[in-house]
Design a binder for this molecule. Structure first.
Ligand code: ZN
Length: 317
């Protein structure tokens, strides 16, 4: 098979079979980005990302990505963490429908949600995001590219480019897909300063992006106070189902939000207490929020960074 070609599911299967048959190849990386998608509501499809950090083996397939099919066209919500994985997602869409891909929506600026954008260039879609997304992503582009090149490796990094929104949303905006519309709403600073939620009118499905983590520990890159306040508002929303940025394909309010609210509140409460007691950031990174350690995957990879961000914010209250 062509090692540098986009990986079809058939080829991925072939690789897996070849590896199983050949013990000498047992340690070769398996390039099998799983673009398996499930229809969680009529015309609403979700691919579930892995609970991992990016690696050559997972091609940056570590966040959820969705697409919605209307009578006039398709909207994609987030594109996975590499162009190679984005192509897998595009192939999964094409297996479902030949309707034009009209919109590629990014819920926020993080690479695991936007680095597959280039896979959709040939569709000439409108790229859509929060009005602050472009500024945030452009200012971090160099660092994001360097880190991902290192972690994904040359092969999985191929074709990645920064594609900024061509439609910037400020407040609320509706996209018509034919027979159904998507309501986009920009949110206050929470997970990042450029989080946007999307509601599919036909099925009352609410896409929360990384405002909702489940199983995968939340990551804080915005404001812990803003995030807790926003979760309080979201918990009063009525939607038939919600789709998290990381976690199962479909969940229900308000229960879906509760573990994340508990996690963020534990950090905020512990950090506030430690600051009051005159403790340092270093002290806080050793104890704050550690009651949550067993409740989350990837805790060791992200928790100390979350405490650090929370400390910097809450120190100035
Ligand atoms: Zn994120």
């Amino acid at each position: 098979m062509c090692e540098r070609c986009p990986i079809s599911r058939r080829n991925a299967l072939k690789v897996a079979l070849a590896l199983a048959a050949s013990p000498l190849l047992r340690y070769a990386p398996v390039y099998a980005a799983d673009a398996e998608v499930s229809e969680i509501a009529p015309g609403v499809f979700v691919h579930q990302g892995r609970y991992e950090i990016q690696s050559p083996g997972n091609l940056g397939d570590m966040a959820n990505a969705s697409f919605i099919v209307g009578s006039d066209g398709v909207a994609v919500i987030d594109t996975l963490g590499s162009t190679v994985a984005g192509r897998e997602l595009r192939a999964a869409i094409r297996a479902v429908t030949n309707k034009p891909i009209r919109y590629v929506i990014n819920t926020h600026m993080h690479p695991d949600h936007v680095f597959g954008n280039a896979a959709f260039k040939e569709d000439n879609p409108v790229y859509v995001g929060h009005h602050k997304l472009a500024r945030g992503l452009a200012s971090r582009a160099e660092r994001y590219l360097a880190i991902n090149k290192q972690m994904l490796g040359d092969e999985a990094f191929q074709g990645i480019e920064i594609i900024l929104p061509t439609l910037a949303v400020d407040g609320s905006q509706t996209l018509d897909l034919g027979g159904r519309s998507l309501v986009l709403e920009t949110q206050r600073t929470a997970h990042t300063d450029n989080d946007m939620t999307i509601t599919d009118s036909a099925t009352d499905t609410l896409f929360l992006g990384d405002l909702l983590f489940s199983v995968h520990v939340p990551t804080l890159d915005g404001s812990i106070k803003g995030w807790l306040a926003l979760l309080d508002e979201l918990s009063r929303k009525r939607a038939v189902r919600v789709v998290p940025g990381h976690g199962p394909r479909s969940m229900e309010l308000p229960g879906a939000l509760e573990p994340e609210q508990r996690y963020l509140a534990a950090i905020a409460n512990d950090v506030r207490r430690l600051i009051k007691e005159g403790k340092t950031l270093e002290d806080a990174t050793k104890v704050a929020g550690f009651s949550e350690r067993d409740a989350w995957k990837l805790f060791d990879q992200y928790h100390v960074r979350n405490v650090t961000a929370a400390f910097a914010e809450l120190e100035w209250e």
